[in-house]
Design a protein around this ligand. Structure first.
Ligand code: ADP
Ligand code: MG
Length: 218
């Protein structure tokens, strides 16, 4: 049987953050003379993982262990210090930002804090439509209808498209964030927080979960 490449694969992914300090802070007196020191945060050190189509991977770890950094590096928000990121067997880490776009469209983040990740000045319609405006993956005239469809898919009344983020509960805002992530017609999403109770992996029969897994397996 022919072995298919994983949907997403990460090899030896490493991300170090040099700490920017003023010259004065970098200068220390040690062993009888002044020396320049530089400090680095070693957020990721050689991460390897592979996710097959239709598979869900939960990354669990204490605060500060590098979960968000891994998600941000995979999606291109951070440049990796070292290592390879492959999507469907194709290395995307080496691509120029324009050539990376089609892949970025397929990998979306649902942010942990639904309020701070939704623009308070924009209506839900415009928030969910934004990725389609950027990636132009849906014809312009069809975008509003697709927003309404996505709202329904995440279990919300399409009439909510005309409301602002502050008019929703935390759970509803999470759903708006998920609808926005799905707007790119992605194959799967990266979540930087545990599933909210209504989307618990232990309750996979909820309509949103079954819809997402259907999408994942196509
Ligand atoms: N932009 C950054 N600059 C410097 N250090 C960072 C930056 N982002 C994250 N870090 C550091 O990297 C480590 C991992 O952080 P993070 O990935 O946010 O952890 P987690 O999501 O697992 O709680 C932490 O020590 C954090 O302080
Ligand atoms: Mg985090």
């Amino acid at each position: 049987m022919k072995k298919t490449a994983p949907l997403l694969q990460v090899e030896n992914l490493t991300k170090h953050f040099p700490i920017q300090k003023s010259l004065f802070d970098k200068l220390v007196f040690r062993d009888g003379r002044f020396r320049m020191i530089s400090q680095t945060v070693y957020a990721l050190n050689g991460v390897d993982l592979a996710i097959q189509r239709g598979e869900t991977l939960a990354l669990v770890g204490e605060s500060g262990c590098g979960k968000s950094t891994l998600a941000k590096t995979i999606t291109g928000l951070h440049e990796p210090t070292r290592g390879r990121i492959l999507y469907g067997g194709k290395e995307i880490g080496v691509l120029k930002s324009r050539d990376r776009r089609p892949f970025q469209r397929k990998i979306q983040i649902v942010f942990q804090d639904p309020f701070s990740s939704l623009n308070p000045r924009k209506k839900v319609l415009s928030i969910i439509k934004k990725p389609m405006d950027i990636h132009e993956n849906v014809p312009k005239k069809d975008r509003p209808a697709r927003v309404l469809d996505l709202l329904e898919k995440v279990g919300m009344d399409p009439a909510y498209a005309q409301r602002y983020p502050h008019q929703f509960s935390g759970g509803q805002r999470q759903r708006i964030g998920i609808a926005r992530a799905l707007a790119c017609d992605r194959n799967w999403s990266l979540r930087t927080n545990p599933f909210p109770p209504w989307m618990s992996p232990f309750r996979p029969r909820s309509s949103i979960c079954s819809w997402i897994s259907r999408k994942n397996s196509t």
